[in-house]
Design a protein around this ligand. Structure first.
Ligand code: ZN
Length: 139
């Protein structure tokens, strides 16, 4: 059997400079509040998730002094930050290798622990048509 090589969109990441203000905005837009708030100190980010019928929106704001989100906001301002695809855990490492073999560049040598306890591996936007890509999986 050929393994699946396209996966559902788990969430869309949006970089924001003021998390409270962005939460208020998206609460108005979606008519419901966030269902998950978390600070990932090691990643330098505070996040808020809003579940939508087919996916989720993740708001990312800088946390701490060396936040990659702060760098992103300095360069580009608020906006689309990444697309995240959910990969079954039994295919996860093979999929990271497959994409790496295709020429995509992982941002870290191995997956990190991300929001909601998931494993996350990011791939550089340069080799992905300008979009930062996250592969995530439940452990
Ligand atoms: Zn994400």
């Amino acid at each position: 059997m050929t393994p699946h090589t396209s996966f559902p969109v788990d969430h869309i990441g949006i970089a924001v400079s003021d998390l409270s203000e962005a939460i208020a905005h998206y609460t108005s837009v979606f008519g419901q509040g966030p269902d998950h708030l978390e600070t990932l100190e090691a990643q330098g980010v505070s996040v808020a998730f809003f579940t939508t019928p087919t996916s989720s929106v993740e708001l990312l704001s800088p946390w701490g002094e060396h936040s990659p989100i702060a760098k992103f906001l300095d360069k580009k301002g608020p906006g689309l930050h990444h697309m995240a695809y959910l990969v079954p855990k039994e295919q996860y490492l093979a999929e990271i290798k497959r994409l790496t073999d295709l020429g995509l560049k992982p941002l870290t040598p191995s997956p990190n622990l991300g929001a909601k306890g998931k494993l996350v591996q990011f791939f550089h936007p340069r080799e992905n048509q300008g979009v930062l890509m996250e592969l995530c999986s439940y452990k």
